[in-house]
Design a protein around this ligand. Sequence first.
Ligand SMILES: *Cc1c(COP(=O)(O)O)cnc(C)c1O
Length: 229
Amino acid sequence: MNIIESVQHVQERIADACRRVGRKPDSVQLMAVSKTQPLSSIESAWNAGIRLFGENRVQEAAEKFTIFKEQHPEIKLHLIGALQRNKTSTALKLFDCVQSVDREPLIDKLGKTYASGTHPLPILLEFHTGEDSKIGFPTLDSLCRAAECALRYPSLVVRGLMTIAPYTDDKAQIRASFRSLVAARSSLTARFPACDWSCLSMGMSNDFEIAIEEGSSLVRVGTAIFGSR
Ligand SMILES: *Cc1c(COP(=O)(O)O)cnc(C)c1O
């Protein structure tokens, strides 16, 4: 399959998963995760209709997307990997959302650096729900403190939560991981009703159908679109 066919195939699988649980296919956004992929592959994904891309390294994203985004203003680019503090200003010029907000000092740094921005920067709080490397806020308490911290900055706007499920064939374990993100969202909605918690970024090539069944609103798909890295 070429990239255009792969995108169509993933979109069909998304629609099927939505149908199984009575959701509208357009309630799930498809992000193409283009880390390590050349610009030519990104252009193919664009030609296949992809408008949302994810990258996990600031420098690599800047090299590939600075001009491409100028040529295609409809493109949205999200950061989905660790953000080093010295890359914050480069990141803020490039990314439309930082999904991988995983510690309070990063919220402070983003909030202060973005104070001069023309509109608030959307962020997602990353919750650790079981994967091995243990990135993300570890508890509901720490998520609540992070939300309080973000609320102090008019330059930031929280849009929801992100997680990475464990990489395993054990579907029950993956499902449990996604369910804990949904549960965290319910608690945060009760605690911070004025905030927007609508985005649930969960699901990758290995598990996006399970994520959709559990309520994902944004799936981050790399391998199933571009092939293995
Ligand atoms: C690489 C990556 C993805 C995409 O992974 P695939 O398994 O290739 O679909 C999704 N989310 C994050 C945070 C990633 O780093």
